[in-house]
Ligand binder design. Structure first.
Ligand code: ATP
Length: 288
């Protein structure tokens, strides 16, 4: 089953457009939404949640259409973001008192356990929280009403490395219940190397791919070699290529083709998600 079904979602701002994005987010898995700054990740997430109204297209969450069933859907969804939808002047305790009555499955004990674990004082005002603390608060709120789907916008940015790791472990725990689903936007791709099952790559408002992480690593390959191996025809096969006076390094989207083209004359390496993002975003030739 799909936790989220997006069809032909489009939103045009004066200087930017999310264009015709269709996507199925599988229930029971962690999907990482990656892409450079400003390519539309947050806009896409906001459209999923009904915060931004799309110009065209549709969104279904947990089998129900948005925004028609928004109220029911939000019972089952946890939103994690530092983009505050709380009242800044309230304390954490008052924020909890305001939010908790909306949730049928609110668990007060659990909320306070998370506050302890995240070292957040209930007396602190939201306006005095750092970016990382706001992420922690929204995570505590999201995890305290038995959300089956966590939608997280840049949850690890602004977090120190120690809490980032703790959070990734916490998310792995959440996934012990196989009904649970997480979608997680980030440009810190190393977090996804650790925990994601599926990778969705957005660039310039368009979907580049949505695939199982293993398949991504099966398919893409980094080729490094001498510039003499390149001609215009071979150059054009690269998704992105970086040339220096002596050599080149580039990304190809077909491992078999890379082996046929270069054989043992070049070094073929498995790319990281960051490599894939870098070369795809840069495209064409990059000269060092
Ligand atoms: N309300 C708005 N009005 C006009 N333009 C907007 C609005 N919201 C976002 N944009 C523009 O849409 C583009 C995509 O922004 P978005 O926040 O979705 O990107 P992002 O991929 O989440 O970036 P980042 O990783 O930096 O958070 C940006 O150029 C931004 O300026």
């Amino acid at each position: 089953m799909n936790a989220i079904e997006i069809r032909n979602l489009t939103k045009a701002y004066p200087l930017f457009k999310v264009e015709d994005v269709s996507l199925d987010v599988k229930q029971g898995f962690i999907t990482g939404l990656i892409g450079p700054n400003g390519v539309g990740k947050s806009t896409l997430i906001k459209m999923m949640l009904g915060i931004v109204r799309p110009d065209a297209g549709s969104v279904k969450i947990l089998g129900c259409e948005m925004p028609k069933h928004e109220v029911d859907i939000k019972q089952r969804v946890g939103i994690v973001s530092d983009d505050c939808f709380y009242y800044e002047h309230l304390t954490i305790r008052d924020t909890m008192k305001m939010i908790s009555p909306f949730y049928k499955n609110w668990d007060n004990k659990r909320f306070h356990r998370y506050l302890d674990q995240f070292e957040l004082s209930p007396k602190k005002k939201v306006q005095d929280l750092s970016k990382g603390m706001k992420i922690k608060l929204s995570l505590a709120l999201g995890l305290s009403h038995e959300a089956e789907l966590l939608i997280m916008d840049e949850p690890t940015s602004g977090l120190d490395p120690i809490f980032r790791r703790e959070m990734l472990d916490l998310l792995t725990d959440v996934m012990q219940d196989e009904r649970n689903t997480i979608i997680f936007s980030t440009h810190i791709t190393t977090d996804l190397d650790r925990i994601a099952d599926y990778i969705t790559f957005i660039n310039r408002g368009k979907l580049v791919f949505h695939e199982a992480k293993e398949e991504v690593f099966e398919k893409y390959v980094i080729v490094k070699g001498d510039r003499q191996l390149l001609d215009q025809d071979i150059r054009s096969k690269f998704i992105g290529i970086r040339e220096t006076p002596v050599g080149f390094e580039g990304l190809l989207g077909d491992k078999e083709e890379a082996e046929q083209l270069f054989g043992r004359y070049a070094v073929l390496e498995q790319p990281s998600l960051e490599d894939i993002m870098y070369f795809t975003a840069k495209g064409g030739a990059v000269h060092a």
